[in-house]
Design a protein around this ligand. Sequence first.
Ligand SMILES: N[C@@H](CCC(=O)N[C@@H](CS)C(=O)NCC(=O)O)C(=O)O
Length: 219
Amino acid sequence: MLKLGGFAVSNYYNKVKVALLEKGIPFEEVFCMTSQDEAYLQRSPMGKVPYLEVDGEFLCESQVICEYLEDHYPEHPLYPKDVFERARVRELVTVIELHMELVARRLYAQAFFGGTVSDEIKKHVEKDLSKGVRAFKQLAKFSPFIAGADLTYADCAAGVHLPLVSLSSKIVHGRDVLEDCAPVKPYLKMLNERPAFRKMNDDRKTATEAMAAARAKKS
Ligand SMILES: N[C@@H](CCC(=O)N[C@@H](CS)C(=O)NCC(=O)O)C(=O)O
């Protein structure tokens, strides 16, 4: 049985989780937080979540894990057959993660964790995020899925990352950077009507509430 390590608030954990659910692969969830402890680094060398345990061996990096899942479990494919179209899916995943989520992540301390972000960082993020969003708008098809007619790994990425990009920019910059990309909202709603996405999001909400309650109890 595959074991997915991490926690249900993490967008990268949820990207892999929703792919496993969509593909119908049985897996066990192993709750763990990020850590730089030696024992945890043996499972996840950067100390991040998620990791995947396969027969006592560990894989890190969500996209690497998705590639492994696709190679090992070709049933219910989440990549198109055509090689160029497969590259298109990877292109979308990379734009969403490298040029949108990772950029917006610099706002999360202020948006979600009660911290503050300097004006300089806010300015850099605004500039870089606008380029990422421009690229995304150019590439995303919404017909009805982000890379075309079928659900792919690009939807697993978009479904977990876009809401965070929207919300963090709205909270910190006062404007949702995706607000003028009209198809995003109905697209996310359509994804959430799928049982796999609904389960992932229900689990995420429950975990988020539990985390907030634990924090409130501490303070
Ligand atoms: N590139 C990594 C990103 C994973 C990631 O950043 N996960 C966050 C949680 S959502 C994390 O572990 N943060 C802790 C850290 O960066 O040390 C992946 O695709 O798996």
